[in-house]
Design a protein around this ligand. Structure first.
Ligand code: FES
Length: 153
């Protein structure tokens, strides 16, 4: 299987069967993310454990295959991580899709397959939608917020 086939398979699998999809009833932080370029949106809920880790994380909303797959893989990666680890992973992912792969990129696992979007600015927004939402969630301990892919963070 070449990289292109693997990409197709992983993206389609996650977009058809997104993991950690749904509304998180006990969310401490709820972030609504919007991509005005297409009208797609994500609702991300995070519940922090007493140890401060991202104990539960779920998303809902609708969007293209890339945004859904990115969100699905993101929740799998970040569940159980500390705030610092999650923020570091968000930075690593942003570097991957906007600039250069680094040694840290390997920690992203299957998410590395999304690096091809860096050639397409609109697609970068799709891939980043969930990550912008989680960056905002990590900046809070409680409450609701709204973010947009049009605002640089
Ligand atoms: Fe809307 Fe990708 S086209 S998030």
């Amino acid at each position: 299987m070449d990289l292109e086939e693997l990409y197709q398979e992983v993206i389609l699998d996650h977009s058809r069967r997104p993991r950690n999809f749904g509304v998180l009833e006990n969310a401490d932080v709820l972030v609504h993310g919007d991509n005005p370029a297409c009208g797609d949106e994500i609702h991300l809920g995070v519940h922090f454990g007493t140890d401060g880790k991202l104990q539960e994380i779920k998303f809902s909303g609708q969007g293209c295959a890339i945004s859904q797959a990115s969100a699905s893989m993101m929740t799998m990666k970040l569940k159980g991580k500390s705030r610092e680890e999650a923020a570091e992973m968000a930075r690593t992912f942003k570097n991957l899709v906007t600039g250069e792969s680094t040694d840290e990129s390997k920690s992203l696992g299957d998410l590395q397959l999304l690096q091809g979007v860096r050639k397409f600015p609109q697609r970068v927004k799709c891939a980043m939608l969930a990550w912008r939402a989680v960056e905002q969630a990590l900046a809070q301990t409680a409450g609701e917020a709204t973010i947009s892919t049009e605002i640089e963070s």
